[in-house]
Design a protein around this ligand. Structure first.
Ligand code: DGJ
Length: 350
């Protein structure tokens, strides 16, 4: 039995096997935590999906029981998600109206990352099986509530359509001169890294990197969690954020996210807001101490809010040379005034 967190170390499950749930998220229900994440295989082959989404359960957050593959794409079971596609950053919530468990994940046909879409899968139980439902981009045919007029300009949108194939998802000077938002108006907005957040009033939001990763969107979902309510907002314009993790503390909303450098680590950012749609105020890198400038070689993936109000920030320490050996940094969030702080990885207890 583990009685501490050992960030960055091998994290054995109930079979003694390193937990295989990368880029994950946690659902808490009836006293049980469910940890969902990308199942990765050995070597560089593990940087794309071959298996699906793994789920583990725990009552103490340190000792996890392997509950198997919750969303299984092996052997062509899901034709829309063939071997070698991308299934990243799965998150699960239960719909308060239908009672179904709904999984959202970042879907790409391949590692060119050009689909920028969201996969949906549904289950009657938290451990699955999650049945593929559909793939879409968020909010087709709807403008964000805070769209600048310049981004609706027809000439700019036409120019963007002609040139955006050359614009990468990494930081670049070109995206800010275009209207990726306008060019994606009909298809739905691009969605790559993503998370889900349920607010105290029961509303659920999908937070995703959009517009070639330059700008984050926060979108309200329908109550069945299978679509979008038509109410969304652009935040952190041209700040290239990924790995968004969101939580509430003392009535304020916080986002912690990474910059945008592929599998390589970078300095995290944090931000606070009184309303989920903003305005958001950036508070800087929450990491302090040695290796803070690369967030202890980790990338944020989820903020786990405990029933007593404490928050654990979950990060991945990716290993793209041997993807199955990616490590997990679960770190307690402290506050320096209103600024969230995470300290260098060391064993700790709740
Ligand atoms: C960074 C993202 O945060 C990851 O989820 C993954 O998509 C990698 N990029 C791929 O390079």
């Amino acid at each position: 039995m583990l009685n501490s967190f050992y960030p960055g170390e091998i994290w054995p499950d109930d079979h003694g096997v390193h937990i295989n749930a990368h880029g994950g998220g946690v659902l808490f229900e009836d006293g049980v935590y469910y940890w969902y994440g990308e199942h990765r295989i050995e070597g560089t082959a593990g940087n794309v999906a071959h298996v699906g989404v793994h789920v583990y359960s725990s009552q103490d957050l340190m000792n996890w029981t392997d509950r198997g593959i919750a969303f299984d794409i092996r052997d062509g079971k899901v034709p829309e998600c063939p071997d070698g596609c991308i299934v990243e950053r799965p998150k699960v919530l239960r719909s308060l109206t239908t009672g179904k468990y709904v999984m959202l994940f970042h879907y790409e046909a391949d590692k060119k990352y050009r689909n920028a879409a969201v996969g949906f899968a549904v289950s009657d139980t938290p451990i699955g099986p999650f049945v593929f439902h559909h793939i879409q981009r968020p909010n087709p045919g709807v403008w964000p509530v805070n769209t600048p007029d310049a981004l609706k300009d027809a000439a700019l949108i036409a120019k963007t359509r002609e040139t955006m194939a050359d614009v990468s998802g990494g930081m670049n000077d070109k995206a800010p001169t275009l209207s990726i938002l306008g060019a994606c108006f009909e298809s739905g907005q691009e969605s790559r890294d993503m998370t889900l957040f349920r607010d105290d009033d029961g509303k659920t939001y999908h937070i995703y990197s959009s517009e070639r990763n330059a700008t984050t969107h926060i979108a309200q979902m329908t109550d069945d969690l299978l679509g979008y309510a038509g109410n969304y907002c652009r935040v952190f314009e041209n700040r290239w954020m990924e790995g968004q993790a969101i939580f509430k503390h003392n009535g304020k909303y916080y986002i912690v996210a990474s910059g945008c450098t592929g599998w390589a680590p970078n300095a995290a950012r944090s931000a606070v807001a009184d309303n989920i749609f903003g305005p958001w105020r950036e508070l800087g890198n929450p990491a302090v101490g040695p290796e803070a400038e690369v967030t202890f070689r980790g990338q944020t993936n989820f903020a786990l809010s405990l029933p007593d109000g404490r928050v654990i920030l979950m990060l991945d320490r990716w290993n793209p040379q041997n993807a199955i050996d990616g490590r997990y940094l679960w770190l307690p969030v402290e506050f320096d005034g209103e600024r969230p702080i995470i300290r260098p990885p060391a064993p700790w207890q709740l």
